[in-house]
Design a protein around this ligand. Structure first.
Ligand SMILES: NC(=O)c1ccc[n+]([C@@H]2O[C@H](COP(=O)([O-])OP(=O)(O)OC[C@H]3O[C@@H](n4cnc5c(N)ncnc54)[C@H](O)[C@@H]3O)[C@@H](O)[C@H]2O)c1
Length: 343
């Protein structure tokens, strides 16, 4: 699948058996340590002895010090602008590798091999890179689409139920935003991820990014559920998985849309039902953390969707497969709604 994000052209290449990455000049790999162990037989011939930086994929490692360590590794291995930087892993690896590739010598050739369902349909697609900074999710980042993205469904065989749940959240989000056919497919409860679903979800995401690479207009719709989701992730010290946080964020957006009479009760029910079908919770469990109103307010103020007057820009539903960006002044009301998720 060829795509163009802004001025940059790229390609998503699908396979289910072997993984072949065309070699051009010098190369360097940034690889999820767990994936390198689980898929050693598949990856060894791909790596072919080239230098590898192994990363333990945890949110605590998606940070500037680790990015700096990766940049030092590039320097030590003589990487230049013509080299290929290849990131293999879930969204943590694709985010940090993309970031490093975008700043190293003002941008190198980037190849991503997403290994989770979520990274295949979302994190590796569209060119956003991200690092957590000062306890804030994705506070640092660049826009830097990959030149090539290899979607190898063999990696999905080892995805954990949590990996898959995270992917389903983003997949449901795309379906709810714009793709009625995908929504109907998901309603049939495909328990297995399949190439058709991945293909549709990628095409859906690209359709939002191609004319708005820097997230200034239509692409902001993809933030559905994310303003609240990111707050929940930070509040729980990243114990709440990204997808579960996004699903709770979508539920909250749906609730607010109903309150503001932007949708009817039936649409509210349909959206919640599809999230129920895939097993998403309705509340943050006490295992994840206690609610903290002061911290919630602070996190909301730091959200990237907050404008210069400190008003929140929320993506809410205006119907099924229709969203609208709403300016919200009532911080207190939003903090209360988030608090409701903890009881
Ligand atoms: N840049 C974007 O547009 C974008 C979009 C969505 C999410 N993200 C980011 O992606 C991250 C979440 O990524 P994720 O859910 O893909 O997972 P992840 O990178 O957080 O990894 C989660 C766990 O799965 C493991 N894992 C990875 N591939 C595996 C495989 N094939 N088999 C078994 N285990 C595997 C990892 O080692 C890790 O333990 C978050 O940091 C989020 O902010 C970025």
């Amino acid at each position: 699948m060829k795509f163009k994000i802004g001025e940059k052209s790229g390609e998503a290449i699908f396979s289910s058996d072997s993984l072949e990455i065309t070699k051009h000049g010098s190369r360097i790999f940034v690889i999820d340590k767990k994936v390198s162990e689980l898929h050693e037989r598949l990856l060894n011939p791909v790596i072919d002895g080239d230098p590898c930086y192994f990363i333990c994929a945890r949110e605590e490692n998606k940070t500037l010090p680790i990015a700096e360590d990766i940049l030092n590794f590039f320097l030590a291995n003589g990487i230049n602008r013509q080299s290929q930087i290849i990131g293999i892993g879930g969204g943590i690896v694709t985010d940090i590798t993309g970031f490093a590739a975008s700043v190293f010598k003002r941008g190198c050739s980037l190849i991503l091999v997403p290994t989770t369902f979520l990274a295949m349909i979302d994190a590796a697609i569209g060119g956003k890179t991200g690092l957590n900074y000062a306890g804030l999710k994705n506070c640092l980042g660049t826009f830097f689409p990959a030149d090539k993205i290899y979607i190898h469904t063999g990696f999905l065989k080892t995805n954990t139920p949590e990996n898959l749940l995270n992917g389903w959240a983003e997949c449901i989000k795309i379906a709810l935003l714009a793709d009625q056919q995908l929504y109907e497919m998901l309603r049939e409860k495909q328990t297995d991820v399949n190439a058709d679903i991945i293909h549709r979800a990628i095409a859906g995401k690209i359709s939002y990014c191609q004319n708005d690479p820097e997230d200034k207009q239509q692409r902001q719709h993809l933030n559905l559920g994310h303003t609240f989701g990111h707050v929940l992730e930070s509040l729980t010290g990243f114990r709440l998985p990204h997808g579960v946080a996004v699903a709770l964020g979508i539920r909250l957006a749906t609730h607010l849309s109903l309150e503001k009479e932007m949708i009817d009760a039936q649409t509210h029910q349909q959206i919640n039902e599809i999230l129920d079908l895939y097993g998403f919770p309705r509340k943050v469990s006490s295992y994840h953390s206690e609610f903290d109103a002061v911290k919630t307010r602070l996190l909301l103020r730091h959200d990237k969707k907050v404008d210069k007057d400190h008003v929140l820009n929320l993506v809410l539903f205006a119907g099924m497969h229709r969203v609208k960006i709403i300016t919200e002044y009532d911080y207190g009301g939003i903090v209360d709604r988030i608090a409701d998720l903890f009881v």
